[in-house]
Ligand binder design. Structure first.
Ligand code: VTB
Ligand code: MG
Ligand code: MG
Length: 332
């Protein structure tokens, strides 16, 4: 990616860290998967957070969580501002969602993942935990083919033209929420299909990167801002397109956002403004999903599937782990 080639080598995150991140999300996913389908969101989330934190602290990095489980007061671990790693290594900023889709995990429904992104310090948008209006499509289209400020109808028509299909042949993905009633009604009028998901729009947005596999061309709607930054980081690595705008509809939210460096509350962020420089993004499946298989427990082996992206090279790797040393997944 040409913008990345201008980054000086000293700024680039060492590539071996990709594999280290795989270990981090694998551990979080296995810990959460032990509680998969138990109907207890909190317990599964806590297990993932504990495991991710333990593993992050083993990494040779001087890391800081910039998107995490919340502010220090409400989150005992992986809170925004928490320092992680051995502190002997590159200064990096980290966005985590140790268990993205806690409800999906608790109900053993598709696409619950353990996910994180690592970037050079200062390169991830420090998004507060508010909603974000998002739009995303996959790679292979001219820049600007979709636009958050255009109507859903116009976006569908533009994407259909670029893809060389009829508008009703575009497949969209939207979170099933009452707040999307009007959006869904408008998309229906275009004749497009809508895949409604109950949760988990990091996976939902990433679906757009592999339309052949997932059947999804376009993501539309409002989800979490932290999830938006994680998805933007992934999309940037594969060359898809995404835009997002924070929904700062109260003074309290605007104040909180200002405190995190968001000076223009109405700013439309391009994915490259949400995650710039050299970024590594890593996700391991907890439950089986359209993107990743979930963790499988066998007699002598635990199986995991992880996807790891790196922006500087545009490399995507799928890593199938066969773990035979079970001790590493136990508590210290
Ligand atoms: C969003 C979405 C996430 O939770 O944050 C959602 O981005 C919460 O939205 O992927 P609601 O307040 O509408 O329930 C997830 O679905 C899971 O963390
Ligand atoms: Mg979470
Ligand atoms: Mg989440």
């Amino acid at each position: 990616m040409s913008e990345d080639l201008r980054i000086s080598p000293s700024q680039i995150i060492e590539r071996y860290l990709s594999m280290e991140l795989v270990r981090v999300t694998e551990r979080a996913a296995v810990s959460a998967a032990r509680l998969r389908g138990h109907g207890n969101e909190k317990a599964a989330d806590q297990a993932a957070v504990d495991a991710m934190r333990r593993e992050l602290n083993r990494l040779p990095i001087d890391g800081e969580i910039v998107i995490g489980e919340g502010e220090r007061d409400e989150a005992p671990m992986l809170f925004i501002g928490e320092k992680v790693g051995t502190r002997q290594g590159p200064k990096v900023h980290i966005a985590v969602d140790p268990l993205e889709g806690t409800t999906l995990c608790a109900k053993d429904m598709p696409d619950s993942i353990a996910v994180m992104a690592m970037a050079e310090a200062g390169k991830l948008l420090n998004a507060p935990d508010v909603y974000m209006n998002k739009i995303a499509c996959g790679p292979g289209y001219a820049h600007g083919v979709i636009d958050l400020d255009a109507s859903p109808t116009d976006n569908i028509h533009a994407l259909a033209k670029a893809k060389g299909v009829k508008p009703h042949e575009i497949s969209t993905l939207v979170m099933d929420r009452p707040r999307h009633a009007k959006l869904i009604e408008e998309i229906r009028k275009t004749g497009c299909s809508i895949r409604l998901i109950t949760d988990g729009d990091v996976a939902g947005v990433i679906y757009c990167t592999e339309p052949e596999k997932t059947g999804i061309d376009l993501y539309l709607g409002i989800g979490g801002a932290p999830e938006g930054v994680l998805a933007a980081a992934a999309l940037r690595c594969v060359g898809g397109q995404m835009q997002g705008r924070l929904i700062l509809d109260t003074e309290e939210k605007r104040e909180r956002a200002r405190g995190m460096g968001v000076l223009d509350p109405n700013k439309k962020y391009d994915m490259s403004e949400m995650a710039s420089g050299d970024v590594i993004v890593c996700a391991t499946g907890v439950t089986d999903g359209g993107m990743l298989s979930g963790v499988k427990f066998k007699k002598n082996v635990i199986l995991t599937e992880t996807i790891v992206y790196r922006s500087i090279t545009g490399t995507t790797r799928r890593i199938f782990g066969e773990h035979r040393q079970f001790e590493k997944f136990k508590l210290d």
